[in-house]
Write a protein that binds this ligand. Structure first.
Ligand code: 3PG
Ligand code: MG
Length: 391
Protein backbone atom coordinates (compact mmCIF):
# COMPACT_ATOMS: atom_id res chain seq x y z
CA UNK A 1 0.00 0.00 0.00
CA UNK A 2 1.52 3.31 -1.10
CA UNK A 3 1.37 6.09 1.47
CA UNK A 4 0.46 9.72 0.95
CA UNK A 5 4.01 10.37 2.17
CA UNK A 6 5.31 8.72 -0.99
CA UNK A 7 3.78 11.16 -3.46
CA UNK A 8 4.22 14.81 -4.25
CA UNK A 9 1.07 16.67 -3.28
CA UNK A 10 2.28 20.23 -3.65
CA UNK A 11 -0.20 22.29 -5.67
CA UNK A 12 -2.01 19.09 -6.59
CA UNK A 13 -5.76 18.49 -6.40
CA UNK A 14 -5.92 15.86 -3.68
CA UNK A 15 -9.19 13.98 -3.27
CA UNK A 16 -9.39 12.71 0.31
CA UNK A 17 -12.04 10.05 0.94
CA UNK A 18 -12.88 10.46 4.61
CA UNK A 19 -15.55 8.80 6.74
CA UNK A 20 -17.45 11.73 8.22
CA UNK A 21 -20.50 9.56 8.81
CA UNK A 22 -20.88 11.12 12.26
CA UNK A 23 -23.83 10.78 14.63
CA UNK A 24 -26.24 13.75 14.72
CA UNK A 25 -29.21 14.60 16.95
CA UNK A 26 -32.77 15.56 15.84
CA UNK A 27 -31.59 19.11 15.11
CA UNK A 28 -28.74 17.72 13.00
CA UNK A 29 -26.13 18.83 15.52
CA UNK A 30 -23.07 16.60 15.48
CA UNK A 31 -22.93 14.67 18.74
CA UNK A 32 -19.51 13.06 18.29
CA UNK A 33 -16.76 14.47 16.08
CA UNK A 34 -14.16 11.77 16.68
CA UNK A 35 -14.15 10.74 13.05
CA UNK A 36 -13.40 14.33 12.05
CA UNK A 37 -10.66 14.79 14.65
CA UNK A 38 -9.03 11.55 13.53
CA UNK A 39 -8.38 13.01 10.07
CA UNK A 40 -6.86 16.35 11.10
CA UNK A 41 -3.21 15.28 10.96
CA UNK A 42 -3.60 14.44 7.27
CA UNK A 43 -5.40 17.71 6.52
CA UNK A 44 -2.65 19.71 8.25
CA UNK A 45 -0.03 17.74 6.35
CA UNK A 46 -1.71 18.57 3.04
CA UNK A 47 -2.24 22.22 4.00
CA UNK A 48 1.45 22.58 4.87
CA UNK A 49 2.28 21.28 1.41
CA UNK A 50 -0.10 23.66 -0.33
CA UNK A 51 -2.33 20.99 -1.76
CA UNK A 52 -5.81 21.74 -3.07
CA UNK A 53 -7.89 19.58 -0.78
CA UNK A 54 -11.16 17.94 -1.78
CA UNK A 55 -12.91 16.20 1.12
CA UNK A 56 -15.53 13.59 0.25
CA UNK A 57 -17.63 11.32 2.43
CA UNK A 58 -20.89 9.48 2.78
CA UNK A 59 -23.34 10.14 5.57
CA UNK A 60 -25.98 7.64 6.62
CA UNK A 61 -27.82 5.51 4.11
CA UNK A 62 -29.89 7.90 1.94
CA UNK A 63 -30.48 5.23 -0.73
CA UNK A 64 -29.41 7.29 -3.70
CA UNK A 65 -31.72 10.23 -2.99
CA UNK A 66 -30.91 13.78 -1.96
CA UNK A 67 -32.07 14.18 1.61
CA UNK A 68 -31.24 17.25 3.74
CA UNK A 69 -31.13 14.98 6.79
CA UNK A 70 -28.00 13.40 5.37
CA UNK A 71 -26.34 16.56 4.04
CA UNK A 72 -22.67 17.10 4.81
CA UNK A 73 -23.15 20.89 4.97
CA UNK A 74 -23.13 20.80 8.79
CA UNK A 75 -20.03 18.68 8.79
CA UNK A 76 -18.22 21.14 6.49
CA UNK A 77 -19.06 23.89 9.00
CA UNK A 78 -17.68 21.83 11.86
CA UNK A 79 -14.47 21.08 9.97
CA UNK A 80 -14.09 24.77 9.23
CA UNK A 81 -14.63 25.68 12.89
CA UNK A 82 -12.08 23.13 14.07
CA UNK A 83 -9.43 24.16 11.53
CA UNK A 84 -10.26 27.86 11.91
CA UNK A 85 -10.11 28.35 8.16
CA UNK A 86 -12.93 28.50 5.59
CA UNK A 87 -14.09 25.22 4.09
CA UNK A 88 -15.96 25.65 0.82
CA UNK A 89 -18.95 23.42 0.27
CA UNK A 90 -20.30 22.05 -3.01
CA UNK A 91 -23.89 20.88 -2.88
CA UNK A 92 -23.09 17.96 -5.16
CA UNK A 93 -20.17 15.58 -5.60
CA UNK A 94 -19.97 15.40 -9.40
CA UNK A 95 -21.05 17.62 -12.29
CA UNK A 96 -20.10 20.91 -13.90
CA UNK A 97 -20.41 23.11 -10.82
CA UNK A 98 -18.22 20.80 -8.79
CA UNK A 99 -15.58 20.57 -11.53
CA UNK A 100 -15.54 24.34 -11.76
CA UNK A 101 -15.17 24.78 -8.02
CA UNK A 102 -12.28 22.32 -8.01
CA UNK A 103 -10.54 24.05 -10.91
CA UNK A 104 -10.85 27.37 -9.07
CA UNK A 105 -9.33 26.08 -5.84
CA UNK A 106 -6.20 27.86 -4.69
CA UNK A 107 -3.30 26.05 -3.12
CA UNK A 108 -4.11 25.36 0.53
CA UNK A 109 -7.87 25.69 0.07
CA UNK A 110 -10.38 23.07 1.14
CA UNK A 111 -13.55 22.07 -0.67
CA UNK A 112 -15.98 19.62 0.81
CA UNK A 113 -18.35 17.72 -1.46
CA UNK A 114 -21.95 16.73 -0.73
CA UNK A 115 -22.83 13.18 0.35
CA UNK A 116 -21.51 10.61 -2.12
CA UNK A 117 -24.44 8.32 -1.35
CA UNK A 118 -26.92 10.82 -2.82
CA UNK A 119 -26.05 8.77 -5.91
CA UNK A 120 -26.88 5.06 -5.96
CA UNK A 121 -23.84 4.72 -8.21
CA UNK A 122 -21.66 5.11 -5.11
CA UNK A 123 -23.02 1.97 -3.45
CA UNK A 124 -23.23 0.12 -6.74
CA UNK A 125 -19.58 0.88 -7.38
CA UNK A 126 -20.53 2.21 -10.79
CA UNK A 127 -17.44 2.67 -12.98
CA UNK A 128 -18.62 5.78 -14.81
CA UNK A 129 -19.36 7.42 -11.46
CA UNK A 130 -15.96 6.44 -10.05
CA UNK A 131 -14.35 7.85 -13.18
CA UNK A 132 -16.17 11.17 -12.76
CA UNK A 133 -15.00 11.42 -9.16
CA UNK A 134 -11.46 10.48 -10.10
CA UNK A 135 -11.40 13.11 -12.86
CA UNK A 136 -11.55 15.77 -10.13
CA UNK A 137 -8.08 14.97 -8.79
CA UNK A 138 -4.38 14.37 -9.33
CA UNK A 139 -4.07 12.24 -6.21
CA UNK A 140 -6.66 10.04 -4.50
CA UNK A 141 -6.15 9.39 -0.79
CA UNK A 142 -8.19 6.81 1.09
CA UNK A 143 -8.31 8.00 4.68
CA UNK A 144 -11.68 6.40 5.39
CA UNK A 145 -10.85 3.29 7.38
CA UNK A 146 -14.43 2.99 8.68
CA UNK A 147 -15.89 2.45 5.21
CA UNK A 148 -13.00 0.49 3.71
CA UNK A 149 -14.87 -2.79 4.14
CA UNK A 150 -17.30 -1.57 1.48
CA UNK A 151 -16.83 -2.21 -2.20
CA UNK A 152 -18.05 1.21 -3.28
CA UNK A 153 -17.12 3.72 -5.98
CA UNK A 154 -15.19 6.17 -3.80
CA UNK A 155 -13.46 3.31 -1.94
CA UNK A 156 -12.52 0.65 -4.47
CA UNK A 157 -13.61 2.23 -7.77
CA UNK A 158 -11.61 5.43 -7.78
CA UNK A 159 -8.13 3.86 -7.47
CA UNK A 160 -8.66 2.30 -10.92
CA UNK A 161 -8.93 5.74 -12.50
CA UNK A 162 -7.07 8.30 -10.36
CA UNK A 163 -3.52 9.15 -11.54
CA UNK A 164 -2.15 8.27 -8.07
CA UNK A 165 -3.91 6.33 -5.31
CA UNK A 166 -2.50 6.19 -1.81
CA UNK A 167 -3.41 5.55 1.82
CA UNK A 168 -3.91 8.35 4.32
CA UNK A 169 -2.54 8.40 7.85
CA UNK A 170 -5.72 7.19 9.55
CA UNK A 171 -6.14 4.20 7.26
CA UNK A 172 -2.49 3.27 7.82
CA UNK A 173 -2.70 3.73 11.57
CA UNK A 174 -5.90 1.71 11.98
CA UNK A 175 -4.70 -1.22 9.92
CA UNK A 176 -1.26 -1.17 11.57
CA UNK A 177 -2.65 -1.02 15.13
CA UNK A 178 -4.91 -3.94 14.38
CA UNK A 179 -2.15 -6.14 12.97
CA UNK A 180 0.28 -5.17 15.71
CA UNK A 181 -2.21 -6.06 18.41
CA UNK A 182 -3.77 -9.21 17.00
CA UNK A 183 -1.38 -10.87 14.61
CA UNK A 184 1.89 -9.83 16.19
CA UNK A 185 0.97 -9.13 19.81
CA UNK A 186 2.80 -8.97 23.08
CA UNK A 187 1.34 -11.83 25.11
CA UNK A 188 -0.88 -12.67 26.78
CA UNK A 189 -3.37 -11.43 24.22
CA UNK A 190 -6.89 -11.20 25.62
CA UNK A 191 -9.95 -10.63 23.45
CA UNK A 192 -13.13 -9.38 25.07
CA UNK A 193 -16.07 -10.05 22.80
CA UNK A 194 -19.65 -9.10 23.50
CA UNK A 195 -22.71 -7.81 21.75
CA UNK A 196 -26.07 -9.24 20.91
CA UNK A 197 -25.48 -12.00 18.45
CA UNK A 198 -23.11 -14.89 17.91
CA UNK A 199 -24.16 -14.85 14.25
CA UNK A 200 -22.77 -11.36 13.67
CA UNK A 201 -19.46 -12.29 15.26
CA UNK A 202 -19.12 -15.93 14.35
CA UNK A 203 -16.40 -15.42 11.78
CA UNK A 204 -14.58 -13.05 14.13
CA UNK A 205 -14.75 -15.53 17.02
CA UNK A 206 -13.39 -18.34 14.88
CA UNK A 207 -10.58 -16.22 13.52
CA UNK A 208 -9.64 -14.78 16.92
CA UNK A 209 -9.17 -18.32 18.27
CA UNK A 210 -6.09 -18.54 16.06
CA UNK A 211 -4.41 -15.68 17.87
CA UNK A 212 -5.65 -15.17 21.42
CA UNK A 213 -4.57 -16.62 24.74
CA UNK A 214 -7.88 -15.80 26.41
CA UNK A 215 -11.32 -15.16 25.02
CA UNK A 216 -13.83 -13.44 27.28
CA UNK A 217 -17.48 -13.62 26.28
CA UNK A 218 -20.23 -11.23 27.35
CA UNK A 219 -23.41 -9.67 26.02
CA UNK A 220 -26.43 -11.56 24.79
CA UNK A 221 -24.17 -13.83 22.76
CA UNK A 222 -23.08 -15.37 26.05
CA UNK A 223 -26.64 -16.75 26.42
CA UNK A 224 -26.27 -18.84 23.31
CA UNK A 225 -23.02 -20.27 24.67
CA UNK A 226 -24.56 -20.90 28.10
CA UNK A 227 -27.54 -22.68 26.61
CA UNK A 228 -25.24 -24.75 24.41
CA UNK A 229 -23.48 -25.86 27.63
CA UNK A 230 -26.81 -27.10 29.02
CA UNK A 231 -27.93 -24.13 31.14
CA UNK A 232 -31.59 -23.10 31.08
CA UNK A 233 -31.47 -19.52 29.84
CA UNK A 234 -35.24 -19.08 30.30
CA UNK A 235 -36.53 -15.92 28.59
CA UNK A 236 -33.06 -14.73 27.49
CA UNK A 237 -32.28 -13.97 23.88
CA UNK A 238 -30.70 -17.06 22.34
CA UNK A 239 -29.86 -18.01 18.77
CA UNK A 240 -31.26 -21.53 18.77
CA UNK A 241 -29.87 -22.34 15.34
CA UNK A 242 -26.33 -21.67 16.54
CA UNK A 243 -26.22 -23.92 19.60
CA UNK A 244 -24.19 -26.60 17.81
CA UNK A 245 -21.88 -23.94 16.38
CA UNK A 246 -21.37 -22.59 19.89
CA UNK A 247 -20.44 -26.07 21.14
CA UNK A 248 -17.96 -26.28 18.26
CA UNK A 249 -16.33 -22.97 19.18
CA UNK A 250 -15.87 -23.97 22.81
CA UNK A 251 -14.39 -27.29 21.71
CA UNK A 252 -12.01 -25.60 19.31
CA UNK A 253 -10.92 -23.18 22.04
CA UNK A 254 -10.11 -26.15 24.28
CA UNK A 255 -8.10 -27.87 21.54
CA UNK A 256 -6.11 -24.73 20.98
CA UNK A 257 -5.50 -24.18 24.69
CA UNK A 258 -7.38 -20.88 24.65
CA UNK A 259 -8.83 -19.90 27.99
CA UNK A 260 -12.51 -19.44 27.11
CA UNK A 261 -14.45 -17.48 29.73
CA UNK A 262 -18.22 -17.51 30.01
CA UNK A 263 -20.39 -15.78 32.64
CA UNK A 264 -20.87 -17.54 35.97
CA UNK A 265 -23.57 -15.13 37.10
CA UNK A 266 -25.93 -12.69 35.41
CA UNK A 267 -28.10 -9.67 35.94
CA UNK A 268 -31.58 -10.66 34.83
CA UNK A 269 -34.71 -8.65 34.33
CA UNK A 270 -38.41 -9.47 34.15
CA UNK A 271 -38.67 -7.47 30.92
CA UNK A 272 -36.50 -5.63 28.39
CA UNK A 273 -37.04 -2.21 29.87
CA UNK A 274 -35.09 0.45 31.74
CA UNK A 275 -37.58 0.17 34.62
CA UNK A 276 -37.57 -3.64 34.75
CA UNK A 277 -37.22 -5.49 38.02
CA UNK A 278 -33.71 -6.92 38.26
CA UNK A 279 -31.95 -9.77 40.08
CA UNK A 280 -28.39 -11.03 40.33
CA UNK A 281 -28.36 -14.80 39.87
CA UNK A 282 -25.99 -17.65 39.11
CA UNK A 283 -26.23 -18.87 35.52
CA UNK A 284 -28.36 -21.88 36.51
CA UNK A 285 -30.84 -19.85 38.53
CA UNK A 286 -32.58 -17.51 36.09
CA UNK A 287 -36.24 -17.21 37.20
CA UNK A 288 -38.87 -18.49 34.77
CA UNK A 289 -39.49 -16.06 31.91
CA UNK A 290 -36.77 -13.67 33.07
CA UNK A 291 -33.94 -12.68 30.78
CA UNK A 292 -30.22 -12.01 31.20
CA UNK A 293 -29.34 -8.43 30.26
CA UNK A 294 -25.85 -8.08 31.74
CA UNK A 295 -23.07 -10.18 33.20
CA UNK A 296 -23.22 -10.45 36.98
CA UNK A 297 -20.75 -8.95 39.50
CA UNK A 298 -18.89 -12.25 40.10
CA UNK A 299 -18.36 -12.64 36.38
CA UNK A 300 -17.30 -9.01 36.01
CA UNK A 301 -14.71 -9.46 38.77
CA UNK A 302 -13.44 -12.65 37.18
CA UNK A 303 -13.17 -10.95 33.80
CA UNK A 304 -11.39 -7.95 35.32
CA UNK A 305 -8.83 -10.35 36.86
CA UNK A 306 -8.36 -12.12 33.54
CA UNK A 307 -7.65 -8.78 31.93
CA UNK A 308 -5.22 -7.63 34.63
CA UNK A 309 -2.08 -9.40 33.42
CA UNK A 310 -2.73 -8.99 29.69
CA UNK A 311 -0.09 -7.36 27.51
CA UNK A 312 -2.51 -6.80 24.65
CA UNK A 313 -6.30 -6.42 24.76
CA UNK A 314 -8.79 -6.31 21.92
CA UNK A 315 -12.29 -5.31 22.95
CA UNK A 316 -15.31 -5.61 20.69
CA UNK A 317 -18.86 -5.58 21.99
CA UNK A 318 -20.49 -4.53 25.27
CA UNK A 319 -21.12 -6.97 28.15
CA UNK A 320 -24.78 -6.04 28.53
CA UNK A 321 -27.48 -3.59 27.49
CA UNK A 322 -25.25 -0.64 28.44
CA UNK A 323 -27.72 1.83 26.95
CA UNK A 324 -29.85 1.26 30.09
CA UNK A 325 -28.30 2.30 33.38
CA UNK A 326 -29.42 -0.90 35.16
CA UNK A 327 -27.45 -3.06 32.76
CA UNK A 328 -24.23 -1.08 32.29
CA UNK A 329 -22.25 -2.27 35.30
CA UNK A 330 -20.71 -5.37 33.66
CA UNK A 331 -19.49 -3.29 30.74
CA UNK A 332 -18.22 -0.63 33.15
CA UNK A 333 -16.17 -3.05 35.29
CA UNK A 334 -14.61 -4.60 32.20
CA UNK A 335 -13.98 -1.18 30.62
CA UNK A 336 -12.28 0.04 33.81
CA UNK A 337 -10.13 -3.09 33.95
CA UNK A 338 -9.03 -2.52 30.36
CA UNK A 339 -8.29 1.15 31.08
CA UNK A 340 -6.38 0.31 34.27
CA UNK A 341 -4.21 -2.38 32.73
CA UNK A 342 -0.83 -1.49 31.30
CA UNK A 343 -1.60 -3.52 28.18
CA UNK A 344 -1.82 -2.09 24.70
CA UNK A 345 -5.58 -1.92 24.36
CA UNK A 346 -7.51 -1.50 21.17
CA UNK A 347 -11.25 -0.93 21.14
CA UNK A 348 -13.44 -1.64 18.13
CA UNK A 349 -15.64 1.27 17.13
CA UNK A 350 -19.39 1.43 16.62
CA UNK A 351 -21.24 0.30 19.75
CA UNK A 352 -18.05 -0.53 21.59
CA UNK A 353 -16.67 2.95 21.00
CA UNK A 354 -19.92 4.36 22.39
CA UNK A 355 -19.71 2.05 25.41
CA UNK A 356 -16.11 3.11 26.03
CA UNK A 357 -17.20 6.73 25.91
CA UNK A 358 -20.16 6.15 28.22
CA UNK A 359 -17.86 4.39 30.72
CA UNK A 360 -15.35 7.26 30.47
CA UNK A 361 -12.49 5.10 29.29
CA UNK A 362 -12.22 6.29 25.68
CA UNK A 363 -9.21 8.46 26.62
CA UNK A 364 -7.67 5.81 28.86
CA UNK A 365 -7.33 2.96 26.40
CA UNK A 366 -4.55 2.89 23.84
CA UNK A 367 -6.74 3.21 20.80
CA UNK A 368 -10.43 3.47 19.90
CA UNK A 369 -11.00 2.53 16.29
CA UNK A 370 -13.11 4.83 14.12
CA UNK A 371 -14.50 1.72 12.44
CA UNK A 372 -17.35 -0.55 13.49
CA UNK A 373 -17.98 -2.85 10.53
CA UNK A 374 -14.47 -2.30 9.18
CA UNK A 375 -12.90 -3.32 12.50
CA UNK A 376 -15.03 -6.46 12.65
CA UNK A 377 -14.02 -7.23 9.08
CA UNK A 378 -10.37 -7.26 10.20
CA UNK A 379 -11.26 -9.42 13.20
CA UNK A 380 -12.74 -11.90 10.76
CA UNK A 381 -9.28 -12.21 9.24
CA UNK A 382 -10.33 -10.61 5.97
CA UNK A 383 -8.55 -7.97 3.98
CA UNK A 384 -10.31 -4.65 3.54
CA UNK A 385 -11.38 -4.08 -0.08
CA UNK A 386 -10.35 -0.44 0.27
CA UNK A 387 -6.83 -1.55 1.19
CA UNK A 388 -6.64 -4.18 -1.54
CA UNK A 389 -7.62 -1.50 -4.09
CA UNK A 390 -4.49 0.45 -3.14
CA UNK A 391 -2.14 -2.53 -3.45
C1 3PG B 1 -20.15 3.07 9.50
O1 3PG B 1 -20.44 3.97 10.29
O2 3PG B 1 -20.37 1.87 9.71
C2 3PG B 1 -19.44 3.46 8.23
O3 3PG B 1 -19.50 4.84 8.05
C3 3PG B 1 -19.97 2.71 7.04
O4 3PG B 1 -21.31 2.99 6.86
P1 3PG B 1 -22.27 1.85 6.32
O5 3PG B 1 -22.33 0.77 7.36
O6 3PG B 1 -23.60 2.52 6.09
O7 3PG B 1 -21.67 1.34 5.03
MG1 MG C 1 -21.84 0.25 9.44
Amino acid sequence: MKSVRDVDVTSKAVFVRVDYNVPVDEKLNITDDNRILATLDLIYYLLERNAKIILASHMGRPNGKRDPKFSLAQVAKRVSRILEIPVLFADDCIGKTVSKMVSQLDNGQILMLENLRFYNEEKENNEAFAKKLASLCDVYVNNAFAVSHRDQASVTGMPKFAPESVAGFLLEKEVQSYYDSVENPKRPLVAVIGGAKVSGKLAALENMLKFVDKLIIGGAMANTFLKSQGFDTKGSMVEEDLLQTAVGIVKKAKEKGVDFLLPIDLICADKFDKDARVKEVLVDQIPDQWMALDIGPKTALRYAKAIQNAETIVWNGPMGVFEMEKFISGTRVVADAIADSSAFSIVGGGDTGLAAKKCNVADKVSYVSTGGGAFLHLMEGKKLPGVVALE
